[in-house]
Design a protein around this ligand. Structure first.
Ligand SMILES: *Cc1c(COP(=O)(O)O)cnc(C)c1O
Length: 375
C-alpha cells in the first residue's frame, strides 16, 4: 500500500538510532479516491464567507512576515480560552491554555517535558496510536493497558497498572479513536486520582469532544492539578490542513512546556487563521450538529444491513464485518476509502457529507450482496 508498510532496509552508514531501525512511519494509506472516509476529517469545506476572511487576514499581515510570530501566541490562546469557557462553563485564563501545530505537537511536547528514557507511560488500546508512537520517538517506555470486549477501559486493571508501574503520563482518549466509545467521568476521576498518587499526569485527549453529549473533563480542571485536556481544531473546526491543537491544564503544566517547545513554533499565518476560524465558531459548530444527525442515520443504515455498530460519540463509526480486508479492497475499487484499523472483523468509517455517506452505504450494500451470493 504505502512505501512504509514494512520496515526499511537502512544502509549501514546512516547513524539512525538503534531503537528506530525496525519501526515504520505513522500514516493511513493516502489513495486518490473520490469518497474519502478514512481519517476522521470534517467533510464540509469552508464557507465562502470564512474563506474570504481567512484570505483577508493573510493579505493584511503578509508584509510583516519578515518578523517572527508572537512566540507565546497570546491572542490565539485567549480566544481559545474564551471558546472553551463559553462551551464548558468553566472559567479558564490564557495561562491555562497552550497551542501548537496540531495536537500531535501538543502530545510530543508533553512527552519531552514529562517523560523520556526510563520513564513509564500508559494508554489503553485500541486507541489513538500516536500516543504510543510519540512515546517511542521520545524514548519513553509505553505500557499497553486493557480494554474490555465492549472497548471500555478495564478500571480495576487500570488502577493496578498505575499503582505498580507508576507512569508519569496516562492517556485516555474520549470519545476514543478508533472505537468512538466514551469513558465515564467517574472512571476518569479514579484514574486521575490514582495517577496523582504516583506523581503522574492524566492526559485526556478530547479530539472529538464537540461531537459528544458527555460533559468535557475540563470541568474537572479546578479539582485536579495533574489533569491535562487536549483539543484540536482538526475535526470539529474543519481545520485539519492548518494544524492547530491546544491544551487546557494548570498554569504550572503550561509553564513547564515552555522549557522544551521550539521558539516561534506556531507561525503567524497559523495564529491568524485559527483566530478567524474561532470567529466563525457558530457556523462551524452548526455543521457538527449536522454531522451528528448524519452519524445517527448511518448507524441505522448499517444496522439495517445486519451489521453491529459500536456506540459512537464521535464523527466516525466502528462496525463489525466479516472479511474486512476483502470488503475494504472492494470499497476501494468503487472509489470509497474507509479505514482498516487493525481490529479483526471491524472497519472504521468517518461520517462524510450526506452524498458521501449514501455512496458508501450503497457500495457496502452491493458488496455484501455479492459476497453472500458467492457463498
Ligand atoms: C485526529 C486526532 C487528533 C488530531 O491530531 P491533530 O494533530 O490535531 O490533527 C488527536 N487525537 C486523536 C485521538 C485524534 O483522533
Amino acid at each position: 500500500m504505502s512505501n512504509y508498510d514494512s520496515p526499511l532496509d537502512w544502509p549501514n552508514w546512516l547513524p539512525l538510532r538503534e531503537d528506530l531501525k525496525d519501526q515504520s512511519p505513522y500514516g493511513a494509506p493516502q489513495l486518490p479516491l473520490e469518497v474519502k472516509l478514512n481519517t476522521n476529517e470534517n467533510p464540509f469545506s469552508l464557507s465562502p464567507a470564512l474563506v474570504k476572511k481567512l484570505s483577508e487576514a493573510i493579505a493584511n499581515s503578509a508584509k510583516d512576515f519578515n518578523r517572527y510570530p508572537d512566540r507565546d501566541a497570546i491572542e490565539l490562546r485567549s480566544e481559545l480560552a474564551k471558546y472553551l469557557s463559553s462551551t464548558t462553563g468553566v472559567n479558564l485564563s490564557v495561562d491555562q491554555i497552550w497551542a501548537a501545530n496540531g495536537s500531535n505537537e501538543i502530545i510530543q511536547t508533553l512527552f519531552l517535558a514529562f517523560a523520556g528514557a526510563g520513564v513509564n507511560s500508559l494508554g489503553f488500546t485500541p486507541s489513538y496510536s500516536m500516543h504510543e508512537n510519540i512515546a517511542r520517538s521520545t524514548g519513553t517506555n509505553w505500557i499497553t493497558g486493557e480494554r474490555l470486549s465492549n472497548f471500555s477501559i478495564d478500571l480495576s486493571s487500570a488502577l493496578k497498572e498505575i499503582s505498580t508501574q507508576k507512569p508519569k503520563l496516562v492517556f485516555i482518549t474520549t470519545p476514543n479513536n478508533p472505537t468512538g466509545t466514551s469513558t465515564a467521568i467517574s472512571d476518569i476521576r479514579k484514574i486521575i486520582e490514582a495517577t496523582a498518587q504516583v506523581g503522574g499526569l492524566t492526559i485526556i485527549d478530547e479530539a472529538y469532544a464537540e461531537f459528544s453529549e458527555q460533559p468535557s473533563t475540563i470541568e474537572l480542571l479546578s479539582k485536579y492539578l495533574n489533569l491535562v485536556v487536549i483539543r484540536t481544531m482538526s475535526k470539529a473546526f474543519s481545520f485539519a490542513g492548518v494544524r492547530v491543537g491546544y491544551l487546557a491544564a494548570g498554569k504550572e503544566v503550561v509553564d513547564a512546556l515552555q522549557l522544551v517547545r521550539l521558539p516561534y513554533h506556531l507561525s503567524t499565518p497559523t495564529q491568524l487563521l485559527a483566530k478567524v476560524a474561532l470567529e466563525f465558531q457558530s457556523e462551524l459548530l452548526a455543521e457538527v450538529e449536522q454531522l451528528k444527525i448524519e452519524r445517527n442515520k448511518v448507524v441505522a443504515e448499517l444496522q439495517n444491513l445486519g451489521l453491529t455498530v459500536v456506540p459512537s460519540s464521535a464523527n466516525f463509526l466502528l462496525f463489525s464485518i466479516d472479511n474486512e480486508k476483502q470488503v475494504w479492497q472492494e470499497l476501494v475499487k468503487v472509489g470509497v476509502l474507509v479505514r482498516d484499523v487493525g481490529i479483526a472483523g471491524h472497519l472504521r468509517v468517518t461520517i462524510g457529507t450526506p452524498s458521501e455517506n449514501d455512496r458508501f452505504l450503497a457500495a457496502l450494500r452491493e458488496i455484501l450482496r455479492v459476497l453472500k451470493g458467492e457463498k
